[in-house]
Design a protein around this ligand. Structure first.
Ligand SMILES: [Zn+2]
Length: 120
């Protein structure tokens, strides 16, 4: 039984007592009214809490996706390699995928020969 059902059960019990118009009956009915309000409020909070939990779960999933994307991008960056241009001695960074193509130094714009570079 949830809270609302329990309070409904109390209402039934109180009605079954066939209480006459006494101060005690009035008090009992008021207590039950308050309990009904409490049960209602708790249920609303519970629904709101579940919504928030669902929302947080969605944010958490999105965040994990972003983290995954971020670290994948970070790993991609390690494909860049660093070398010193034999012409101008400037340290430059290039994408490893460009290795098979003709490479020109971004600083002095001279063509870079990797075979010569490796021998240095
Ligand atoms: Zn250069």
């Amino acid at each position: 039984m949830n809270l609302k059902e329990k309070v409904a059960y109390l209402v039934g019990l109180a009605e079954g007592l066939n209480l006459e118009e006494s101060k005690e009956a009035k008090l009992l009915n008021n207590i039950i009214d308050v309990l009904q309000d409490f049960a209602e409020a708790v249920q609303e909070l519970d629904e709101l809490y579940n919504e928030l939990e669902e929302y947080l779960g969605a944010i958490d999933t999105d965040l994990e996706d972003l983290e995954t994307d971020y670290y994948e991008t970070d790993e991609d960056e390690t494909d860049f390699f660093e070398f010193q241009c034999p012409n101008c001695n400037e340290t430059v960074y290039l994408d490893e995928s460009l290795m098979d193509e003709e490479i020109f130094c971004p600083n002095c714009h001279n063509k870079i020969d990797f075979v010569d570079d490796e021998e240095l």
